[in-house]
Design a protein around this ligand. Structure first.
Ligand code: NAP
Ligand code: HSE
Length: 430
């Protein structure tokens, strides 16, 4: 192909795991970028906190500590934001958009809270704002939801969208580790962050579900709307009982569009072994989408890491480059045109797994059943085993019931003298 287009100039803000990967992948594709994208793409500047730090494989002459070098450079048409966090990322992105530059980001923390503001700014400035890498790393899911599946009414998006927790739960399941041991292993292998709170408490997954839910249901969902519960209280005993009941425990993100509103939640969930998500193990992610026309679809792959995440970012960069060439920037912007009500967690319906220690004497099982029944909670399966010292362990799975009824029943049970402890309560996918 004859090279008629001038190369498009790009800046990267951040040169850590993802920024380094984007740099590397653009170098790997340098020779045939023109044939893939219709233009060459040149990196003009890379913003970092400190240029004195050595970064192997990155051309040091491109580094700057001064954001003004990027925003004031009129030749830069695309800016990749991979610094992370809310500020200064939000301000920098807004300034780039307002300066007429298209922005590509992997920043789920920012989009899950300020997505509307950023998309509105992109639209107002007739530029692109793309964020494929923000959800499930290398797995294509934002563009499929916005474009390929847009002809569907999507009723459910469900996913394993955090690799660290999936690795921990896999180790607990397959190697009988307890949570602390599996977390230590994830840290040793570099999967878990130094501060793993956002991963193990379900916050990282919650942000991704807010973004995917907004796009899938065409209605803005922010991180505040998402119920999150992490995996720190899951024990190997829960996992063993789940196995006995033909289930595995996964940290699932579930977004549903129901007749009474939208529910978006992240929590440990028992899921039947024959469900496709049950066999997604280790650090892998998967997103399961149900649309009224397409029926069930599943997207699987690596949700994090240098090159898998760079794959999504560079895909977005090439999309912007093509849109620049064809003069069609801002073609697909914010897709939220509805304002659907958000359901509180008490109003969701689910099955529940409950494990409790009770006195091992006549009538206790009957009392447990009648307290559940009085709160409109019916039982699907129940097991009772001796727990020693005159105690018994009851493990039950309920039918589909309203969460507030189940919680009321558990509150009443925990006040009963024959109940020593409610050991665990885990939602069951139904
Ligand atoms: P990281 O390794 O911590 O790198 C952050 C980079 O940003 C560093 O180069 C840092 O500069 C630079 N930076 C941070 N604050 C800055 C500031 N105020 N001014 C200038 N430069 C600044 O982070 P990461 O893992 O690459 O993640 C980046 C983004 O991608 C985050 O939004 C994250 O959620 C998202 N993401 C990450 C992954 C993954 O696998 N890691 C996957 C999907 C999405 P210095 O080098 O000078 O410190
Ligand atoms: N910390 C995330 C995970 C990757 O473990 O999946 C970045 O979103």
């Amino acid at each position: 192909m004859k090279k008629e287009m001038k190369p498009i100039q790009l800046a990267i803000m951040g040169a850590g795991t993802v920024g380094g990967g984007v740099y590397k992948l653009l170098q790997m594709r340098k020779d045939d970028m023109y044939l893939r994208a219709g233009t060459d793409i040149e990196i003009k500047k890379i913003l970092v906190k400190s240029i004195s730090e050595t970064r192997k494989d990155v051309d040091a002459s491109l580094l700057t500590e001064n954001f003004e070098d990027i925003v004031n450079d009129e030749s830069i048409q695309i800016v990749v934001e991979v610094m992370g966090g809310i500020e200064p990322a939000r301000t920098f992105i807004l300034r780039c958009l307002n300066a007429g530059k298209s922005v590509v980001t992997a920043n789920k923390d920012l989009i899950a809270v300020h997505g509307r503001e950023l998309l509105d700014a992109a639209e107002a400035n007739h530029v692109d704002f793309l964020f494929e890498a923000s959800c499930a790393g290398g797995i294509p899911i934002i563009r499929p939801l916005k474009e390929c599946l847009v002809g569907n009414d999507i009723t459910e998006i469900m996913g394993i969208v955090n690799g660290t927790t999936n690795y921990i739960l896999t180790k607990m399941d397959q190697e009988n580790m307890e949570f602390d041991e599996a977390l230590a292993k994830a840290t040793e292998l570099g999967y878990a962050e130094a501060d793993p709170t956002a991963d193990v408490e379900g916050l990282d997954a919650g942000r991704k579900m807010a973004i995917m839910g907004s796009i899938g249901f065409h209605s803005r969902i922010t991180f505040d709307d998402v119920y999150t519960e992490g995996i720190t209280r899951i024990t190997s005993k829960d996992i063993k009982y789940a196995k006995d009941m033909d289930c595995v425990i996964k940290l699932l993100g579930i977004a549903r569009h129901t007749e009474s509103g939208v529910e978006v939640r992240v929590h440990p969930t028992l899921i039947r072994k024959d469900h496709p998500l049950a066999s997604v193990n280790d650090v892998f992610n998967a997103v399961f989408v149900h649309g009224d026309a397409v029926d069930d679809t599943m997207f699987y792959g690596r949700g994090a890491g240098e090159l898998p995440t760079a794959s999504a970012v560079v895909g977005d960069v090439i999309e912007v480059a093509r849109n620049i060439i064809y003069g069609c920037l801002s073609r697909v912007g914010c897709s939220c045109y509805k304002e659907l009500p958000i359901k509180g967690i008490g109003d969701i319906e689910s099955k529940y797994f409950v494990r409790m220690i009770v006195s091992d004497c006549a009538g206790v099982l009957g009392n447990v059943a009648s307290i559940l029944g009085n709160n409109h909670v019916s039982i699907e399966q129940i097991i009772q085993r001796p727990a020693g010292d005159g105690m018994a362990e009851i493990v039950a799975i309920t039918d589909v019931v309203q969460e507030k009824n189940f919680k009321a029943a558990i509150q009443t049970l925990s006040d009963m003298s024959f109940v020593q402890e409610i050991s665990s309560m885990i939602r069951v996918y139904a």
